[in-house]
Design a protein around this ligand. Sequence first.
Ligand code: NAI
Ligand code: 13P
Length: 351
Amino acid sequence: MNNKKEKVAVIGAGSWGTALAIVLADNQHPVQLWTRNEEHKNEINNSHTNEKYLPGITLPELITASTSLEETLSGVETVIIAVPTKAIRQTLREVIKFQMKPLTFVHVSKGIEPDSLLRISEMIDEEIPKRILKDIVVLSGPSHAEEVSLRHPTTVAVSSKNMDAAEKIQDLFMNQHFRVYTNPDLIGVEIGGALKNIIALAAGISDGLGYGDNAKAALITRGLAEISRLGTKMGANPLTFSGLAGIGDLIVTCTSVHSRNWRAGNMLGKGQKLEDVLNNMGMVVEGVRTTKAAYQLARKYDCSMPITEILYQILFNDVNAKEAVEQLMARLKTNEMEDLVDILSEQMEQL
Ligand SMILES: NC(=O)C1=CN([C@@H]2O[C@H](COP(=O)(O)OP(=O)(O)OC[C@H]3O[C@@H](n4cnc5c(N)ncnc54)[C@H](O)[C@@H]3O)[C@@H](O)[C@H]2O)C=CC1
Ligand SMILES: O=C(CO)COP(=O)(O)O
């Protein structure tokens, strides 16, 4: 059942924030969408479009944009945080200047902060004073904004330490095009969403190099193995990685031309420089920063992550992509099932 009249704030009017605003407006929720750009605000309010991020889509009239956070947050109990991971802390610090009443923070971004190695829910917990922090919920899963905005069937998962809050967000978003599942594994849902971008970059590189379906299937399968291995060490339930926030998101991001991570990888595989690729994309490519964070996490947790390690060398140490693939293929022989044994024994230790 939808809470039809509740106003909702969406912070970030890029592709994903706008697509989710459409879902909420389709569910009859008035949406207050925040953008930092005055022209962008006028376009959304006057033309009901967002041509840079969702070309060709007409936005429902229930969506109104503002450049004022105070105005965006007025009268809402739920705020959707939809800015890139690197902008989360700065955005939260602005939000708390205008907020007196408790809020449920729903984050929909996919990343991990390098150096602190915090997940986004942990960053929110750190930044938001307890007096205005009601709950933190994550929404993640295989969901390209371009398809959500066309009302194509999409499924996602929501998670929180408080499952009542997760169920409330499930009700807020759920409709006939957008199916929302709950999953109690907050760590797994956040880790799956963040780490799949690393593998999508690698899949794009593989395609850019001209390799085929065998290579991509290998990256998806062995990528899932290393995501599960690290995620389990961090306290996730390994079963989450067989779900929407794991293999589901991995498939969509590694195989879709909509994926910015895949597209960036593809350009790198064709020989373009990382700096040029990022400058030309005009949208966030989360996997680059997340590769740095995962590389650090692999060391912290003493976890073998060969694809992440080799991608780190390509991105940050200028290692040639073709030679990197040769290195991956020439690794010491091993037993595929060792991963499963590692994951199971990790789980036993946690019981
Ligand atoms: N686009 C998609 O299909 C999906 C994206 N996501 C995640 O959602 C998050 C946002 O991604 P998109 O909307 O796709 O990115 P985007 O690049 O399309 O839009 C980002 C928005 O954040 C704003 N922004 C950037 N830096 C900022 C800063 N320092 N302060 C305030 N605002 C800032 C931009 O102006 C823009 O409005 C990412 O973590 C992404 O992984 C998750 C699921 C689907
Ligand atoms: O997370 C996404 C789809 O689920 C979007 O992926 P990209 O950021 O690679 O476009």
